[in-house]
Design a protein around this ligand. Structure first.
Ligand code: AMP
Length: 389
């Protein structure tokens, strides 16, 4: 692959999406001396505070994306739900990294399954579903319980239903179709031993780097905790790493990608999802790895050498989710939480808090993942969203 000339500071990096991922990505870019411009519908989005410019527009507003692109040197996306048509148009005037293929393959679960199948990666048995009859057939072939997922637009457990038996089928499909009016994917609900993820980076020259495997815990589809290095058999870790590298090559990645995996009782690995971007399950790399996933993404997209992915310490990240009714966000308990050793608090500066919204995270480092997790959880327990607002 021809890497071309590197894009050097003070070039401007355009980020499609201004949430917390864009914020942390932009911060890493700024440290290296890059300038940052963001597209987001919300002028008060988390990335606004660290951006030189915010172009206001929805994630499918091609005119706004073109205005953003006009004054940047390279673009990336912080979520895979940006419109592929918009990205394709923007890519005609500026490089977008990772490219359109990574986006198309991962923003549609059905396309992703097809890609994974071609790449020889194991996945949970699944069927495409458009009607209740399709779902009945899928249920008889796959067996209950099922997970019914929207093929596009779902994240953090949204657009996903668990179907325990026949009685739940019609309601689930009606709710998902009403929301999304599009195709669905039904898959068998598996009993995994652990959820794992691998953050892999691929440079514009095809060079690869992988971080140690992380172990994740989700609650109703939303990530609550990650630890690294995952306490797993070294052979499993090696297999997960090799798989991530293979998939990064297959999707022609330039940037970082997270491969989310289920570790099955026999030691096998199945891929649940790919995210061709910085990812919540890699936040621990900020404090615990020589190069954070955010800096790594910037390095890759700008054609710079990839950084070391070696760990400085074991790490645990616990997400700080919103609680209660929608109200202005005021965090209490920082004085106690920050008094703990090796605890790092990241607050995303979202104006409003509500139940289960991702508001921030706590990372702790220590000699072991048990110690790190204990610290992160202790800090987390001291933090709360004030009722007064
Ligand atoms: P997803 O939206 O596909 O990333 O799923 C979010 C989370 O739901 C996963 O990380 C798992 O914890 C759980 N989940 C998704 N699919 C399945 C499945 N087929 N079997 C068991 N748990 C699942």
């Amino acid at each position: 692959m021809n890497a071309g000339a590197p894009i050097l500071p003070p070039a401007t990096i355009g980020i499609l999406g201004g949430g917390q991922l864009g914020r942390m990505l932009g911060l890493a870019a700024r440290e290296l001396g890059y300038r940052v411009a963001v597209l987001d519908p919300d002028p008060d989005c988390p990335a606004a505070a660290i951006a030189d410019r915010v172009e206001i527009g929805a994630y499918d507003d091609t005119a706004a994306a073109l205005r953003l692109a006009a004054d940047v040197d390279v673009l990336t996306y912080e979520l895979e739900h940006v419109s592929a048509a918009m990205v394709a148009t923007v890519a005609e005037i500026r490089p977008v990294r990772p490219g359109i293929r990574s986006l198309q393959v991962t923003q549609d679960r059905l396309a992703e399954r097809a890609f994974l199948g071609e790449a020889g990666a194991a996945v949970v048995p699944w069927r495409a579903v458009h009607t209740v009859d399709d779902l009945r057939v899928a249920a008889s072939e796959l067996g209950f319980p099922l997970r019914l997922k929207a093929s596009t637009g779902g994240y953090d457990g949204r657009s996903q239903f668990r179907i325990a038996d026949n009685t739940a089928m019609v309601g689930a499909i009606a709710r998902l179709n009403a929301h999304h009016g599009q195709s669905l994917l039904a898959e068998h609900e598996v009993e995994f031993t652990a959820e794992l993820s691998v953050v892999v980076a691929r440079g514009a020259d095809g060079s690869l780097a992988t971080y140690p495997v992380g172990r994740n815990r989700h609650d109703e589809g939303i990530l609550v905790e990650s630890v690294a290095p995952a306490p797993i058999d070294p052979d499993v870790a090696a297999a997960a790493t090799a798989l991530a590298r293979r998939l990064a090559d297959a999707v022609d990645l330039v940037g970082v990608m997270t491969v989310e995996l289920f570790l099955m009782p026999g030691g096998g690995l199945v891929v649940n999802e790919l995210a061709p971007r910085v990812h919540n399950s890699g936040h621990w790399t900020i404090e615990a790895a020589i190069t954070s996933q955010f800096e790594q993404h910037v390095r890759a997209m700008c054609g710079l050498p990839l950084g070391s992915t070696v760990l400085r310490a074991a790490a645990a990240t616990v997400n700080l989710l919103g609680t209660g009714a929608r109200r202005p966000a005021r965090l209490a308990g920082l004085e106690d939480a920050l008094a703990l050793e090796d605890v790092h608090l990241h607050v995303y500066d979202k104006r409003e808090v509500f139940e289960r919204r991702k508001m921030g995270h706590v990372t702790a480092t220590a000699a072991t993942i048990e110690l790190a997790l204990g610290r992160a959880m202790a800090a987390h327990a001291m933090l709360r969203w004030s009722e007064e607002g």
